[in-house]
Design a protein around this ligand. Structure first.
Ligand code: GDP
Length: 447
């Protein structure tokens, strides 16, 4: 089981919360200690662990109670979200050149799986999309003749041509010739394998710099071994500082690695893990999905989706409360503001607009327009005094107040007047809808 020890370590954190009703500053102390220990034992780098524990603690104490969700389940969800964030959030796709061949330069220490990855990557790209990309491999590991033979064999296996010219030429020259050949053959993607050393040394870095200058690569990927834990993150940082890289490929995730590399690389180096190797077969290379990785680590998919559903229900109820208020025509600028924020939170204008009487079907263009004007409204409401927010009449009656709001929000007086008028129109429309016609006139703004 991948990262099994980490999973077990975290489990003891949730277990300590069984029987609790809410998350408090006090009752998370023990679980947080477990989380810290589990991460350190997984060889996550210490500064990363510190920040992670602090972020999770802050959120855990600040999180509101969700009906039906237990504190331990809430903590699982918070930890999951933070793990995903830690690993870079979104999957980090490979970049392709807009014109000419995409050039991928692979670097890394000896034995990490660089040569294997070269061929795996070629196969991955060839298969990825139909009609797939045509690839060419360049054998640049001049210090290990066996590596060149190995790449030629692997190239045959995945049916991708290998440009190999032996070991008597400088890597940068091999790169130049190989690239020329690729251009001649109209190849989509060129992947160059380079020499690794047991340790970082100056010659290796200088050679890599020369090769990089020659190739002007689209991607420079450092291949690191997951078994090296947080050392992998340190390596990514060093290579990035020395030669500039675009990301990392983490190999040997199928072994009994503890997770430190996967969890530390992005946070320590600022560079994403783009792909992971999960076995010795040519097919065993895949994109690095932070959310799936977090899911595997926690092994609690059902809890996560349960908490997400509960959160969604709660948001829905918030929205319904607001709707009631709208209908009762006590709707003031505070409600207006709450609504704009609810909109941002739900990320779905159309649903909310659908809830407001009189705004039924809306087109995407209307939604964008509405979103823009909501931002403007928000800016104006934010500079209103608490009194003005509660009693929109104050603004309707006083040009001086409207002028002040305009000045402080950087909008025009006309925009402020429009906003005030809009609020009253909304009230009227709601009253009409409720069949309460009396007293719902729109006050004319006094000048
Ligand atoms: P290089 O020196 O960096 O070029 O490393 P190689 O490509 O020669 O790989 C070294 C060893 O690691 C080989 O035996 C590979 O089969 C093995 N290897 C590479 N990637 C993986 C992986 O993702 N999982 C496993 N289990 N072994 C791998």
């Amino acid at each position: 089981e991948m990262f099994g020890q980490l999973t077990t370590g975290l489990e003891s954190a949730w277990n300590k919360l069984k029987g609790e009703e809410v998350l408090t500053k006090e009752n998370i102390v023990e679980p947080m200690r477990d989380i810290r220990r589990a991460l350190l034992e997984a060889d996550v780098s210490l500064p990363v662990v510190r920040r992670f524990v602090q972020d999770v603690s802050e959120q855990a104490v600040g999180v509101g109670v969700i009906r039906g969700v237990r504190p331990d389940q809430q903590l699982v969800k918070i930890v999951s979200d933070e793990l995903v964030k830690l690993m870079g959030g979104e999957v980090s796709q490979l970049t392709f050149a807009k014109s000419g061949p995409t050039v991928i330069l692979l670097a890394g220490l000896q034995g990490v799986g660089k040569t294997t990855v070269s061929a795996k990557l070629a196969l991955y790209l060839k298969k990825q999309a139909s009609p797939g990309k045509s690839c060419m491999l360049i054998a640049g590991d001049v210090y290990r003749p066996a590596a060149i033979d190995q790449l030629v064999i692997l190239g045959k296996q995945v049916d991708v041509p290998v440009y190999a010219v032996g070991t008597d030429i400088k890597p940068a020259e091999i790169a130049r010739q190989g690239l020329q050949e690729a251009k001649k053959k109209n190849v989509d993607v060129v992947i160059m394998d380079t020499a690794g050393r047991l340790q970082i040394d100056k010659t290796m870095m200088e050679e890599l710099k020369d090769v990089k200058r020659t190739l002007n690569p689209t991607e420079v990927l450092l291949v690191v071994d997951a078994m090296t834990g947080q050392e992998a993150a340190a390596l990514v940082t060093t290579f990035n500082v020395e030669i500039g890289i675009t990301g990392a490929i983490l190999t040997k995730l199928d072994g009994d690695s503890r997770g430190g590399a996967a969890l530390s690389v992005k946070e320590v180096s600022g560079k994403p893990i783009k792909l992971v190797g999960r076995g010795e077969r040519m097919e065993d290379l895949e994109p690095f999905y932070p959310d799936r990785m977090a899911g595997r680590i926690l092994g609690m998919g059902d809890v996560l989706s349960f908490v997400e559903k509960a959160q969604e229900v709660m948001r829905q109820e918030d929205a319904e409360d607001l709707q009631k208020k709208i209908m009762s025509a006590k709707f003031d600028f505070n409600d207006f503001l709450k609504q704009t924020r609810a909109v941002a939170r739900m990320g779905s204008m159309s649903r909310v607009l659908g809830m407001i009487p009189g705004m039924g079907k809306v087109t995407p263009a209307q939604i964008r327009e509405a979103e823009k004007s909501l931002l403007i409204m928000e800016a104006m409401i934010e500079v209103m005094t608490p009194e003005e927010r509660e009693k929109p009449e104050l603004l309707a009656e006083s040009p001086a107040r409207r002028k002040r709001v305009a000045q402080e929000s950087g909008k025009t007086e006309q925009q402020v007047s429009q906003l005030v008028a809009q609020l009253f129109q909304m009230r009227v429309r709601m009253k009409n809808l409720l069949g309460v016609m009396e007293g719902g006139s729109v006050p004319a703004l006094s000048n």
